[in-house]
Design a protein around this ligand. Structure first.
Ligand SMILES: [Mg+2]
Length: 284
């Protein structure tokens, strides 16, 4: 599905360029010229203080203009809750944060973590358990008032259908690079719409996937999120990724990313730009 996804994104880029329009226009029209972005980070560190640098890193991200950040969690339910409360205290009520557990917990640990984090009011708790653990999703959602999200690791429409049928996900996050590109994503979005579940692109993380996600999100209907901006958001990798830096850092001081003016994806990526990171190449 990842190979199909890459081809699907490339073909949409070619088709849009041939017509002289952006992919968002090709997909039906630009709903928003600026899309809210959230900072994906900070990340758990090895050692005695896995969350030790979080508050300092979050302050830096807020200073860069991000209005929402998504720290990783999953150390222990109690440590997660302490971290989440400290994050909420730091950012106040004008900014938002989400929690990503990256499939890290058993269902029982996920339930406890979600319950203990409730007072910190995360916008959502992402991938508390592996995507195949449908009962785990159900148990987690049943134990908390927090919204549960997931879907980044699912490649098939049947997989998304199964997750939606649990009724446990409040936000669905297909990745354009995993779910079959725009073709797959739009099928998933239609499926989710039937259950009134908002959909937003998961993105981690290359320049191509970021700009592809930006085009998709700009063409989606907006939904009230209860947060600083309407859904859908686009995820932004803040780990210092040269494959994103290649095309510039488009997130402004208002936490939004502007849709590029150009056709297709709206960015030009030349093979020459990749040369510093090439360790081997061959011709077919
Ligand atoms: Mg995630």
């Amino acid at each position: 599905m990842m190979a199909i996804s890459a081809l699907d994104l490339a073909l949409h880029d070619l088709a849009a360029r041939a017509l002289g329009v952006s992919i968002a226009q090709l997909l039906g029209g630009v709903v928003r010229h600026e899309v809210p972005c959230y900072a994906s980070g900070p990340f758990i560190r090895e050692g005695a203080e896995p969350y030790g640098a979080y508050l300092q890193e979050i302050e830096t991200l807020l200073a860069r203009g991000f209005k929402a950040i998504k720290p990783r969690a999953g150390v222990t339910p109690r440590a997660d809750a302490e971290m989440a409360l400290a994050v909420r205290e730091l950012i106040g009520s004008d900014a938002d944060f989400m929690i990503d557990i990256n499939q890290g917990y058993t269902p029982s640990a996920a339930r406890l973590a979600a319950k203990l984090m409730e007072p910190a009011r995360p916008l959502w708790i992402e991938e508390p358990v592996p995507p195949e653990s449908l009962a785990g999703y159900q148990a987690t959602a049943g134990a908390t008032a927090c919204s549960i999200s997931g879907g980044e690791a699912i490649g098939s429409l049947a997989g998304f259908d199964a997750l939606l049928r649990t009724g446990a996900v409040a936000i669905l996050q297909p990745d354009l690079g995993v779910c079959g590109g725009y073709t797959g994503y739009r099928k998933v979005a239609a499926l989710a719409e039937a259950r009134d579940v908002p959909v937003m692109p998961h993105m981690f993380g290359t320049a191509i996937n970021f700009y592809a996600s930006l085009q998709m999100a700009a063409a989606q209907p907006v939904r009230k999120s209860g947060a600083w901006a309407d859904y859908p958001f686009v995820e932004y990798d803040v780990t210092g990724n040269p494959l994103i830096d290649l095309c510039g850092v488009p997130v402004g001081a208002n936490g939004m990313a502007a849709l590029p003016d150009g056709p297709g994806l709206g960015v030009e990526l030349l093979p020459k730009q990749l040369e510093p990171w090439v360790v081997e190449n061959w011709e077919v």
